[in-house]
Design a protein around this ligand. Structure first.
Ligand code: SF4
Length: 381
């Protein structure tokens, strides 16, 4: 496999525009948010945009916005850069197919109160904000993420807590959005305290991409305040080894040191991370920073993301190639979340070829066949 391309040794990569910004500001998440790049004119001064990117930005006007933190923008390279392709709109986003959905997971349909989805018996998803530091071009919730008018009100939050109190079969609450870490420490703590006061809620999951796009947000103070509400699991969303910087590693380690159990959910994206090398390298980096590679999702069929979706076989082929070469701990499960609310289906490479009487015939990743007899008939010895 090629040499690692993570940036864990390149602390403080910065675009020249921000080279002279004092560290105290650069490392302040509020400064990063205040200085996000959110319009074509600002972005064009920093990145040599391709015509397709310019069309993408123009064409999306009024739709799913874009925003990029100085930190995340500083990781970008040429037009094919995996970071750039996740964050800068492209004209292919304007293409529609008959198989696109606005809400592929049917979250709105399974919404008993406005800011909560209840799709599985024991889990519920709570939307606590619709803002994110960076708007990912593959976002499943682009129907509402980035729309500040749809931020939940206090009354909506109260209705969601009330629903959870009335629905004790929900044991696991996913605090999501948008990105919940877009809220202030105090606001976030209030939400977690409310959830923890509900006896039937056993586990809280914090779903955040801040460790990837704004790792400065993970501060010792934040960890100290949130750890009071354990058990809290953090689901993060690294997609490519280029996102594995020293800052991101430090954010994951702060979380792990504070007792958060961290798991990563990557999305397989065409031309971005759809190869075994990227998946393996990211998996190893995550494990080194005490974050378990958990899921590798097939990209949901959201309108405007057809150009980012891979064939499903790409995912199983990656697993086929890596199984046996890479520690199982570093290998995520490959999952398709069935459109229309069908739920997750886990896919694995086809290794069981056939049954021949008592004998099962398997193949390994190199195609060699092996026999396994599961219920042998006793023989007289
Ligand atoms: S951080 Fe999550 S919710 Fe926000 S834009 Fe990215 S994928 Fe969507």
């Amino acid at each position: 496999m090629p040499a690692p391309s993570t940036h864990s040794n390149c602390a403080n990569l910065r675009h020249p525009k921000w080279r002279d910004v004092p560290d105290s500001q650069w490392n302040d998440w509020r400064w990063q948010l205040r200085n996000r790049v959110t319009d074509l004119a600002g972005l064009a001064q920093l990145v040599e945009l391709t015509p397709a990117e310019r069309d993408g930005i123009d064409g999306r006007a009024g739709g799913f916005p874009f925003a990029i933190t100085p930190y995340y923008l500083s990781l970008m390279q040429g037009p094919d850069c995996p970071v750039r392709r996740q964050a800068i709109p492209h004209r292919d986003e304007l293409v529609r197919t008959p198989w696109d959905w606005d809400d592929p997971l049917a979250e709105e349909e399974h919404s008993p109160v406005p800011i909560l989805s209840h799709r599985y018996p024991d889990r519920a998803l709570l939307y606590v904000t619709h803002n994110c530091p960076v708007y990912c071009r593959h976002c499943t919730r682009q129907r509402k993420v980035g729309d500040a008018r749809s931020a939940p009100s206090r009354d909506q939050l109260a209705a969601a807590y009330d629903y959870l109190r009335r629905t004790p079969q929900v044991r696991d609450v996913l605090v999501s959005g948008g990105d919940p870490l877009s809220l202030s420490d105090t606001r976030l703590e209030q939400i977690l305290a409310e959830l923890r006061s509900i006896d039937s809620v056993e586990v809280i999951r914090l779903c955040t991409r801040n460790p990837v796009t704004l790792p400065q947000r993970i501060t010792p103070q934040l960890c100290e305040r949130l750890r009071r509400y354990h058990p809290i699991l953090v689901s993060t969303h690294f997609n490519h080894p280029r996102e594995g910087t020293a800052e991101a590693g430090r954010a994951l380690e702060l979380l792990a040191d504070a007792g958060f159990s961290c798991g990563n959910q990557m999305v397989l994206l065409q031309g971005i991370n759809d190869n075994a090398e990227a998946v393996a390298e990211l998996g190893r980096w995550l494990l080194r920073h005490r974050c378990r590679p958990y899921y590798m999702f097939q990209c949901d069929p959201v309108a405007g993301t057809a150009h980012l979706r891979t064939k499903v076989e790409t995912g199983t082929n990656i697993l086929d190639r890596l199984r046996g070469q890479l520690s199982g701990l570093a290998l995520p499960k490959f999952v398709v979340d069935l459109p229309g609310g069908g739920g997750k289906v886990s896919l694995t490479p086809q290794r069981l070829l056939r049954r021949e009487g008592d004998k099962l015939v398997f193949r390994d990743q190199r195609g060699r066949e092996y026999n396994y007899v599961d219920r042998p008939k006793p023989v007289e010895l």
